[in-house]
Design a binder for this molecule. Structure first.
Ligand SMILES: NC(=O)C1=CN([C@@H]2O[C@H](COP(=O)(O)OP(=O)(O)OC[C@H]3O[C@@H](n4cnc5c(N)ncnc54)[C@H](OP(=O)(O)O)[C@@H]3O)[C@@H](O)[C@H]2O)[C@@H](O)CC1
Ligand SMILES: [K+]
Length: 497
């Protein structure tokens, strides 16, 4: 799914109106109807809706929603400022609403004395993607008031106060939604932690904007959808043997951190690698042979790895639990200097490079690195916020010709040719030590199975998140462990088949 800027969405609107003979008022009606269908499916009739409408088209959606909800039998109250400069379509919908005597239309300021019913729902249709500056004055006061109410809060299109494509000021006033019903496509602000936190659960409302525009309009930012995953995923052929699915060779573990090696190895095995090797220190020999009998052990040293002698022709993934012992450090750097094929680098291996940033240039082209924000900062420097971090990552991925998997709530995969894929699978239950080790195992295994680095990264991150979602369903976000996630990798493949 392409991510479009607010300006492109407006073009999309106009294109649809021009080419599919639909008026802007009809489009607004479609938008409102899609929201009302959602409300109808999610709230019983006993709920009372308080709808807050601004002057732009977002407010127009709000007035139309009020009318349509009323027709569905819901109790509706509208709050607005009749002296606002309504847009043309908004004015029409305001008047249509006014004609229904059973809908009370109150001024924003009356909210202070309003007695909210017990089963209230607050709908925010104050500002949409046309917001162009900070919210101040009486609407800011109103939003602060609404954010304190003990009722479910739903935003139409985008929480008022967020800019669709940008970071916001630290002290900006933003409506805090539990649910956001957004039209047609994800907005960038929904995918970054500082701004996404105001959106709650995102629901994409299909309002049938032109497919033609969607295919022809350029964007280099995407949300990884299931359609893309189905395109990437190669179903295993019956006419195949273990050689068909490549060799994975991981380098992981040190004394006391052998669990990281076990998790990465198991994840590589479960993701379909043909032959799997684990290079680890000898102190982990029994642990690995017992817990991962399908994998072959390569001795890399006594208590930490001091030589990186890999299986020939294997695809290499390095990092989990490696430690930063000086011998491991120098052996890794020697290896990096002479190795030229794409590999996957995570965790301590990234920390070693961060200590000697002149080694960044030795990362083989088309490699995948998987830093979390702290590791990214150590490698490439501090940035103000996640929007800036992404910009820097794009620059570095191009400069070094590598793929960066920037781990976050919505992990971003930044390709060497400047494209960004936001991942939307996964959940807070994965914020635990060991999750990253699993990801390294999955991505390396996919790369070994002949997926391109771009596809291995996009598919691997999606798969990891989806397995995490299945694990959370079974065990809860609190109790699920990275090992549970590994056990659910099979459920994801079954889901895809
Ligand atoms: N395809 C789609 O997606 C469809 C979209 N639709 C809907 O349209 C929405 C976009 O509508 P929109 O362009 O009228 O923008 P919206 O945010 O309602 O209002 C902007 C107004 O507020 C003002 N203003 C701005 N900032 C301000 C501030 N801080 N404080 C005070 N005022 C401020 C600004 O006026 P200004 O003062 O700048 O002249 C302007 O008048 C979109 O989100 C969706 O809900 C559907 O109906 C149909 C299909
Ligand atoms: K809104």
């Amino acid at each position: 799914m392409k991510i479009f800027l607010a300006s492109q969405i407006k073009k999309w609107d106009s294109f649809t109106m021009r080419n599919e003979s639909v008026s802007s008022l009809q489009l607004m009606e479609r938008a409102a109807q899609s929201c009302v269908n959602w409300f109808f499916n999610n709230f019983e009739n006993k709920f009372s809706f308080s709808i807050f409408c601004g002057q732009g088209n977002n407010g127009g959606d709000g007035f139309a929603i009020a009318r349509l909800l009323y027709y569905k039998g819901f109790d509706v109250t509208v709050f607005t400022d009749e002296n606002q400069k309504f847009s043309e379509d908004t004015l029409v919908n305001f008047q249509r609403c006014k004609e229904i005597s059973a809908i009370d239309i109150l001024d924003f300021e009356q909210v202070n004395d309003f007695t909210f019913k017990e089963n209230s729902v607050i709908i925010d249709a104050l500002f949409g993607i046309g917001l162009n500056r900070k919210i101040e004055g009486k609407i800011a006061t109103l939003i602060k008031f609404l954010n304190e109410l003990p009722f479910p809060r739903v935003s139409v299109d985008i929480p008022s106060g967020l800019m669709a494509d940008e970071m916001i000021d630290e002290n900006a006033i933003v409506f805090k939604a539990d649910e956001t019903l957004t039209f047609q496509a994800w907005k960038k602000a929904m995918l970054h932690p500082e701004t996404g936190v105001f959106c709650g659960n995102i629901h994409i409302m299909d309002i049938f904007l032109s497919d033609e525009f969607n295919s022809s309009e350029e964007s280099n930012e995407f949300v990884t959808g299931e359609k893309l995953i189905h395109k990437i995923y190669n179903i295993r052929s019956e006419f195949s043997h273990k050689g068909t699915y490549g060799k994975t060779n991981l380098a992981a573990g040190s004394y006391g951190k052998m669990g990281a090696a076990v998790l990465a190895t198991k994840a590589a095995l479960k993701s379909g690698s043909g032959l799997t090797f684990i290079l680890a220190p000898k102190c982990g020999y029994e642990i690995l042979q017992t817990s991962c009998p399908e994998a072959m052990f390569i001795n890399g040293g006594e208590n930490h790895i001091i030589n990186f002698d890999f299986e020939e022709d294997a695809v290499i993934g390095i990092g989990p639990g490696l430690g930063t012992n000086f011998q491991t450090e120098s052996a890794f750097m020697e290896f990096l200097k002479q190795y030229k094929k794409p590999l996957v680098i995570d965790a301590d291996a990234l920390n070693i490079i961060a200590k000697h940033t002149q080694f960044l240039k030795h990362i083989p082209k088309k490699s995948i690195i998987t830093p979390h924000p702290k590791e990214f900062e150590r490698l490439f420097g501090k940035t103000e916020n996640s929007f800036e971090r992404l910009k820097l990552a794009r620059q570095k991925a191009q400069e070094l010709q590598i793929y960066i998997v920037l781990k976050d709530h919505h992990t971003q995969i930044i390709t060497a040719d400047n494209q960004v894929y936001y991942n939307i699978t996964g959940n807070a239950g994965m914020a635990k030590g060991g999750s990253g080790d699993v990801l390294l195992g999955i991505v390396t295994s996919l790369l070994a199975q002949n997926y391109s680095p771009e596809h291995a990264a996009i598919f691997g991150v999606w798969l990891h998140g989806k397995a995490g979602d299945f694990a959370a369903q079974k065990f809860s976000k609190e109790a699920m462990l990275p090992s549970d996630l590994i056990d659910e990798i099979g459920t994801v493949f079954k889901y895809l088949n």
